[in-house]
Write a protein that binds this ligand. Structure first.
Ligand SMILES: [Zn+2]
Length: 376
């Protein structure tokens, strides 16, 4: 009996020891076998189709990044959304019996979101056989809607590219720019002038487009608009970004909203992801502040334009961000990697058709559903 009590005390002690997270000395592997997963569908496809769609993609933004913003940026704008769900983001990259991946890049996930199609990492709106897949922006063009793309990266970066171009590999940004120049997208705003040589700008202008490099330039509202405000991606927010995402969103909406058939615009808060890659809490905080402002702006807009659906989600998480207590009430933000993680990301929505996203879903469901709304 005494012996039993002794064993109980020892096992309880060690139980607590590991329960409170003090590292045990033994070497431990956390590689675990996986099982085939289910690509969960939306629970319902019933929903009133919106007249217009504002689709915000916060690149690399998971629960950790939102938590950083919640505790550091004051009023938490996403709390204003009416509906929230969760999204699985894995690509279709390799046979799961041998080498399949659960961690996506922005190209595969961008294609899932733009076209409702699983594909391989690096693919820009092409399927696993490298055949082009039709995106929601292209469906919107076919329906006579006005279309726009806004990003704080280069406009030819993976996420916006997945909506307006088709290439087998994301790094072909010069080729993506060549496709954009003749794609008849009504508004393209962001960074990346280096991929648009003057000869390509001429091609764009000869097709009736106007090019600006100053957000305050006078605009001819009768012509398509290309605004490139930096050579590469825009400056980081915490280093003093001059052209805000909200300014670009406002300019885009002014140039899209008068189409009687409605509009589709994808607005990317691109650099939350880069804050994760560089393991910088300060970088993430700044980009999340920009996203917060954008959400406030678009939901204010939606309240006076109730026919507009606003959806905010991410292509994937980045950095494996977790928030802990630091000293003196500060946050201690920690990272598990400098690349993307397979963690689920939230989806937030308000407006006609928003309620269907009150669910757990595969990322392709978002693309499929928004395409159905555009087709209705
Ligand atoms: Zn990334």
């Amino acid at each position: 009996m005494k012996h039993l009590i002794k064993i109980l005390i020892i096992s309880t002690f060690f139980g607590c020891y590991s329960m409170y997270g003090i590292a045990l000395q033994e070497e431990k592997s956390n590689f675990i076998p996986t099982q085939a997963h289910v690509d969960y569908k939306l629970k319902t496809t019933e929903g009133t189709a919106p007249h217009s769609i504002i689709f915000i993609i916060a690149d690399g933004t998971g629960i950790g990044q939102y938590t950083v913003s919640y505790y550091t940026n004051g009023e938490f704008a996403p709390a204003r959304f009416d509906h929230i769900g969760l999204v699985a983001t894995h690509p279709n990259d390799g046979e799961c019996s041998t080498s399949c991946k659960r961690v996506t890049d922005s190209a595969a996930s961008g294609t899932a979101l733009s076209a409702g199609q699983k594909t391989y990492n690096g693919a820009i709106a092409v399927d696993v056989d490298k055949n082009p897949v039709k995106t929601m922006l292209e469906w919107a063009q076919e329906k006579g809607m006005a279309t726009g793309l806004v990003a704080t990266s280069t406009v030819t970066h993976a996420t916006p590219a997945s909506f307006g171009a088709h290439v087998d590999y994301r790094k072909k940004e010069a080729e993506i720019a060549e496709q954009f120049a003749v794609a008849d997208i009504d508004v393209i705003l962001g960074g990346g002038k280096k991929f648009w040589p003057d000869s390509l700008i001429s091609v764009y202008e000869n097709r009736g487009g106007q090019f600006i490099n100053d957000i305050n330039a006078t605009i001819d509202s009768e012509r398509r608009l290309l605004g490139l405000f930096s050579d590469s991606g825009l400056e980081k927010v915490h280093n003093g970004r001059e052209v805000s995402t909200t300014q670009m969103a406002k300019l885009a909406l002014e140039n899209l909203e008068n189409n009687p058939n409605g509009f589709f615009v994808m607005i990317e808060e691109s650099q939350v992801d880069w804050g994760g890659h560089s393991n910088s809490a300060e970088y993430i905080k700044g980009e999340m502040k920009s996203l917060n402002d954008l959400v406030n702006f678009t939901l204010d807009y939606q309240s006076t334009h109730p026919e507009v659906l606003v959806v905010l989600t991410a292509d994937h998480e980045c950095g494996g961000v977790a928030v802990h207590d630091g000293n003196n009430g500060d946050l201690d933000v920690r990272f598990t990697s400098d690349y993307h993680s397979a963690n689920f990301v939230p989806i937030w929505s308000t407006g006609p058709g928003a309620a269907v996203f009150d669910a757990f879903m595969d990322n392709t469901e978002i693309g499929k559903r928004l395409i159905e709304y555009i087709q209705e």
